[in-house]
Design a protein around this ligand. Structure first.
Ligand SMILES: [Zn+2]
Length: 151
């Protein structure tokens, strides 16, 4: 009887332990992956570049925000390239690879911190949603105008 119980416990217990170890390992790995992803995304967003129009420095996340700003303020919803947050122009950006100490403290190009990343991501999603909605709205209006002119 005792042997039977031990066998039963082993039969049920072993796969359960295996399963638990597997899921916790998987969770741990995906958390590591997320961390890596955030790190590389932060690196991309903090890429420093010089505006070819005004010569001021900015980071990718600032240029992305400036792009949305331009898209909504101009009311033109075609694809706008990244824009300069300082002169509000679409221009070429020369990447800065040398990191000087004043770069991190200069008001023109404050880097995006890890703690601000979620907020930035949320804002970007909101902008994308707004952009999508206004695109849908625009195509809907165009369609109405078309059917009106057809009549
Ligand atoms: Zn500029």
């Amino acid at each position: 009887m005792n042997q039977f119980m031990t066998l039963l416990i082993c039969l049920i217990g072993m796969p359960m332990i295996g399963f638990l170890v597997y899921t916790s390992l998987e969770r741990f790995m995906s958390r590591l992956n997320d961390k890596e992803e955030i790190k590389s995304e932060l690196n991309r967003l903090n890429q420093l570049a010089e505006c070819s129009s005004c010569g001021r420095l900015s980071r990718t996340y600032q240029r992305e925000l400036a792009r949305y700003d331009l898209l909504f303020n101009r009311g033109v919803l075609h694809k706008t390239e990244l824009s300069c947050p300082h002169c509000k122009k679409e221009s070429d950006f020369l990447p800065i690879t040398v990191n000087l100490s004043f770069h991190d403290t200069h008001l023109d190009c404050l880097s995006l911190q890890k703690s601000e990343y979620t907020e930035f991501k949320k804002q970007r999603e909101q902008y994308e949603e707004l952009l999508y909605l206004s695109k849908v709205d625009k195509s809907f209006k165009n369609k109405i105008q078309q059917t009106e002119s057809d009549c």
